[in-house]
Structure formats: structure tokens, C-alpha cells
Design a protein around this ligand. Structure first.
Ligand code: PRP
Ligand code: URA
Length: 209
């Protein structure tokens, strides 16, 4: 089974509570998601490898640490993934970006892909797949399947909220992909919504419904 990390920093929990509140505005929801993305990004990149390079400070030459290897890829599952993506890019502006358009059919809860665009070389890069919600996990599993078919071999999945059912299904389907989440909620309801959850993340981010 892949590793599952719950990033339960007090600031994340506080901000998540405001996001869950149905009275929180669209603008507030978006801003909070971006802020939480900063804190989650810090954690999901905590073990990145560094190498030394020679630079000159105004005082003297030194060997200074810098990120090692190829640029990271952030893969956003549209639409709601973009809320996390923006915050991740604030911290790692040089990252490459993949967009994976997937929505889940409301009746069958099966994923429907409508768009895919990714950097041409995905092998040997760390790819962090982002989507605020891991419910049935059908969307996340399909996105990771797609990236693996394109050569991805080093992936992590980052979300805001997960259902226990989704965590179990995802880790069985992709045991090599570590999961990072701010919280694991109680259960999924009969419509596939996370309970207590925060509702439909995409709709709350963009004011649609
Ligand atoms: C939401 C969410 C995930 C998916 C999770 O997207 O952002 O992508 O549902 O559900 P699952 O784990 O059961 O697949 P949605 O399909 O509502 O699309 P949207 O982001 O365009 O609103
Ligand atoms: N997608 C959402 O946006 N919210 C849920 O609770 C489940 C899937």
C-alpha cells in the first residue's frame, strides 16, 4: 500500500474549516485554497533532493544548495485542481504544468476525459497530481493511469479532502503513488459526495451550479 500523509498543520485545519462553511464566499474559498496550497506544497516537496552549485554572494564565492534534477511537473485535474495549482506555482514558479480535463458523470460517478496536455517528457521527473477532492477516486485513478501511459514513473497525489473509500481504492490501484491530504473525512454519501466535506469544490471555486 502506498503511503498516506495527513498534513494537519493548525493553519491548514483553521483555513479548511472556513472553506467548509457554506457561508464562505467564492472569493474567500479561492483565496483560502491558494493559501492552503502553499502549506501543502511545503510538505509534499519536503524531501526533494538538493545539489550544490557555485555562486558568488556580494561578499565571497560559496557552494549553495539548489534543487537537483529535472524540473517538477504539477498535473492539475480540471477544473478544481487549478485552485491548488495556482498556490503550488507561487512556490515553484519554474515547474512544468500538465492539464488533465476530467469530470465525473453525476449518474455513474465514472470519469470522463475531455482534455489532456502535458510536457513531452514525463519520465524521470517528479509529477505531483493535484485535485482538492478524492471522493470515489475514479478521477484521480484515471488521471494517474493517463500520466503513466505517457511515461510518468515518479508520481505523488495531493488533495485537500479525501474520503476513506477513495483513499483505499486509490492506494490499491496505484500503490506506488504516495497520497498527501489535509484531512480524511467520514464517508461518501449515496451521491458520491464527501461527508461532511465542503460540497462541490469546482462550483464553490468558480461560483457555478
Ligand atoms: C470533482 C473533484 C474531483 C472529482 C472527485 O470534480 O474536483 O476531480 O470530483 O470525485 P471522484 O473522486 O469521485 O472522481 P468534478 O467532476 O466535479 O469536476 P469539476 O472540477 O470540473 O467541477
Ligand atoms: N467532488 C467534489 O467536488 N466534492 C465531493 O464531495 C465529491 C466530489
Amino acid at each position: 500500500m502506498s503511503s498516506v500523509t495527513v498534513v494537519d498543520h493548525p493553519l491548514i485545519q483553521h483555513k479548511l474549516t472556513i472553506m467548509r462553511d457554506k457561508e464562505t464566499s467564492t472569493a474567500g474559498f479561492r483565496r483560502l485554497l491558494r493559501e492552503i496550497a502553499h502549506l501543502l506544497c511545503y510538505e509534499v516537496t519536503r524531501d526533494l533532493e538538493l545539489e550544490l552549485k557555485t555562486i558568488e554572494t556580494p561578499i565571497q564565492e560559496m557552494q549553495a544548495p539548489t534543487l537537483k534534477g529535472k524540473k517538477l511537473v504539477f498535473a492539475s485535474i480540471l477544473r478544481a485542481g487549478n485552485g491548488l495549482l495556482e498556490g503550488m506555482l507561487d512556490l515553484v514558479p519554474a515547474a512544468r504544468v500538465a492539464h488533465i480535463g476530467i469530470y465525473r458523470d453525476h449518474e455513474t460517478l465514472q470519469p470522463v476525459e475531455y482534455y489532456f496536455k502535458a510536457p513531452s517528457s514525463l519520465d524521470d521527473r517528479l509529477i505531483i497530481v493535484v485535485d482538492p477532492m478524492l471522493a470515489t477516486a475514479n478521477s484521480a485513478i484515471a488521471a494517474v493511469d493517463r500520466l503513466k501511459r505517457r511515461g510518468a514513473n515518479n508520481l505523488r497525489f495531493l488533495c485537500l479532502l479525501a474520503a476513506p473509500e477513495g483513499v483505499e481504492k486509490f492506494t490499491k490501484a496505484h500503490p506506488d503513488v504516495p497520497v498527501f491530504t489535509a484531512a480524511i473525512d467520514d464517508h461518501l454519501n449515496e451521491k458520491g459526495y464527501i461527508v461532511p466535506g465542503l460540497g462541490d469544490a469546482g462550483d464553490r471555486m468558480y461560483g457555478t451550479k
